[in-house]
Structure formats: structure tokens, C-alpha cells
Design a protein around this ligand. Sequence first.
Ligand SMILES: NC(=O)c1ccc[n+]([C@@H]2O[C@H](COP(=O)([O-])OP(=O)(O)OC[C@H]3O[C@@H](n4cnc5c(N)ncnc54)[C@H](O)[C@@H]3O)[C@@H](O)[C@H]2O)c1
Length: 250
Amino acid sequence: MVTGACGGIGAAVVRALADHGVPVAALDVDGGVERLGERFAAPGRAQVRGHLVDVADPAAVEEAVARVEEEQGPVAVAVNVAGTLRPGPVLDYAAADWAAVFAVNSAGVFHVSRAVARRMVPRRTGTIITVSSNAADVARTGMAAYAASKAAATHFTRCLGLELARFGIRCNVVSPGSTDTPMQRELWRGGAGAARAVAGSPSDFRAGIPLGRVADPDDVAAAVLFLASPGARHITMHDLRVDGGATLGS
Ligand SMILES: NC(=O)c1ccc[n+]([C@@H]2O[C@H](COP(=O)([O-])OP(=O)(O)OC[C@H]3O[C@@H](n4cnc5c(N)ncnc54)[C@H](O)[C@@H]3O)[C@@H](O)[C@H]2O)c1
């Protein structure tokens, strides 16, 4: 099960899983989610089924996860990718924007993880992966609400990993840096785009990207796929950075 499935990273994760023969329940609040099944249909690829849901709504999430399990079987891997970005300096930031960002990026991760974990625990198997952000640990100008909401998502996922370890359920975080998706392109409006992200902005206390490129969504999907695989069977509560060295390994 993958949330935020219509977005750049979510779609790459859906495709990566389906290409590895894993049937996918693709969740998003975007109406386009209903057509994801057709969009991803390809020979040799497992089935993808779209489900319209707002992760900020706990009752809707509960209902969607029940429907997914009824229609597609037990959720073995849940990937929290849904996210929202409302940039702006703190002094001018509206309380409503703060609430909206936390409703998706933090509460959404809680709602989805709780709904799947309740079903994974009796089965004593499952893995949960949260796509957070390298902004969760490194301060950014104009992104306080987003970065704080991601810090909450990251630490929530680690704590959940501790609670669920005794049931054999692993919970990990994948933290991308600047990745070429619609969300990232929002930040590039009117600026120099990718070149500015790669160069960084010392005056904003912002490191550039040492590897010299902005990530493709597939770079993030590869990390998710690894953490979902048996090769990661002894890895839990880990935060895997996929940011080209932007946070200098901190
Ligand atoms: N692109 C980057 O540079 C970057 C960097 C670090 C972290 N991330 C994180 O990666 C994740 C995916 O981002 P992306 O770049 O693919 O963005 P995106 O904007 O392309 O996709 C986000 C998706 O989440 C969905 N969504 C938003 N609110 C939702 C809700 N309430 N319920 C269900 N779905 C909802 C959107 O409809 C969209 O399809 C996000 O959590 C984002 O914060 C992105």
C-alpha cells in the first residue's frame, strides 16, 4: 500500500513495487488515483488498484485500509509518501497553513501507520516505510512548518518501530533531498530551478548537493524497495538519506 501515489515519488514507488511483482493499493486524495490502475497496467507487472482517500481523515483512512485488505488481501508493506509543502517565513505564516501541513505530513503518517499496524500485529509480519525529508534534521529558511512536520513523522516512525519490533514488524524512514517532482518544481518557480538547488545558498544556511544532481523519484523508490525487501530483514528504526550528500551525513 502506497499513499501519495499520484505524485512524483509515490508513482515511482508504485511502479518499482509492481515491477517486482507486488500488487499495489495506490492511495491519494487526487481524483486521478482512480485511473492509476490503467496507467500502470503493463505486461509482467503486478496489478495496481487506486483508492481515493485523504490521509488527514482518520475515519477515511480506516475505511480505506479495511477496503484494501478486503479487495487485495493483507497489507505486507505500507509506504507513507503523501505529503504537502506550504513554504513561507514563520513571521508571516498562517496558523491554518501550519495545521494543514501537520494534518497531512504528521497526522497522516500516524493515521495510516496505525491502521495498517493494527492488522499487521496479529499476523506478526509487515513493514512500514515513511518517506520523510532531509529537512527533518537540518534547519531550512521558509520551511519551518514543513521541516517540523517531517521531524514529527520521522520520530513517530522510529518510536513505532520500537513498539512493533517485538511483533517482527520493521519501521524505517527514507529521507530524500531535492527530488525532481511537482512538489520540488513549486520551489523553483521564478528562480534558477535545479541549478540553485544543486549550488545551495550559503546566505540561507543551506548546503548544496555534493553529488551535483537533483534526485530522480526512482532514486528514492530504490531505497524504499530495499527497505521493503528481505535483504533488509534486520533493519528497523533506520533513517536512510537519499540526498546526494546535501546534509553532509548529519
Ligand atoms: N520532491 C522533493 O524534493 C522531496 C524532498 C524531500 C521529501 N519529499 C517528500 O516526498 C513525498 C512525496 O513528494 P513528491 O515530491 O512526490 O510530491 P508530489 O507533490 O509530487 O506528491 C505528493 C502526493 O501526495 C498527495 N497528497 C497530498 N495530500 C494528501 C492527502 N491529504 N491524502 C492523500 N494524498 C495526499 C498529493 O495528491 C500528491 O499526489 C512527500 O512526503 C514529500 O514531503 C519530497
